[in-house]
Unconditional design. Structure first.
Length: 189
């Protein structure tokens, strides 16, 4: 249940800025949310259903944002790499974060943000709507990646914050409860 709540928060983090006419700069809970969602898929009998539901929610979000927030025509082919990335991040969370640690969560956040940066901007350069802005040369590819650095930075920070909170806060809460129990069991001097 918690995994689906996190998924809804990730979707909301993409939609709400547009509802308030503030698109942000790619500061969303998607990367961290997908890592967490994927970690909850490990060992679940319904893992394929969970993955399909996560993809359906994010595909619907992509459709809504494209058509209603941005006012563009929706072309599913333009999103195939993004949708594969969503699935890959869930699977990364499923494999890497079944036993979370600071190193694993950090590696997952870095891997998900960096892979999205490289894949999404490569697709923009190859044939996205900005293809006319970036010529099909190495200089054009470099310009495309350079223009996306602020988005990458914000995605990396938001993914690290989201994943850190989702994986770290339960550990912190358990440590606090443990220390409170230990303090209660201490004899008074």
């Amino acid at each position: 249940m918690l995994a689906y709540i996190v998924l809804l928060l990730a979707v909301a983090s993409r939609i709400l800025p547009h509802a308030f006419h503030n698109a942000g700069l790619n500061f969303t809970a998607v990367g961290g949310g997908l890592l967490f969602f994927g970690s909850r898929m490990h060992g679940a009998k319904r893992a394929p259903v969970m993955l399909a539901s996560a993809l359906a929610a994010l595909i619907a979000t992509d459709y809504y944002l494209t058509v209603y927030a941005y006012g563009y025509v929706f072309h599913a082919g333009s999103y195939l790499v993004t949708w594969l990335w969503y699935a890959a991040v869930c699977l990364l969370g499923m494999g890497l974060l079944q036993k979370p640690s600071v190193l694993r969560v950090g590696a997952g956040a870095l891997a998900s943000s960096t892979s999205f940066f490289f894949l999404s901007n490569l697709m923009v350069w190859i044939g996205g709507t900005a293809a006319s802005m970036y010529p099909h040369t190495l200089a054009g590819l470099a310009a495309c990646y350079t223009a996306a650095i602020p988005f990458y930075r914000n995605d990396l920070v938001s993914t690290a914050i989201t994943a850190g909170a989702l994986f770290g806060l339960p550990v912190l809460a358990a440590k606090i409860v443990e220390s409170l129990h230990a303090a209660q069991n201490q004899p008074l001097a």
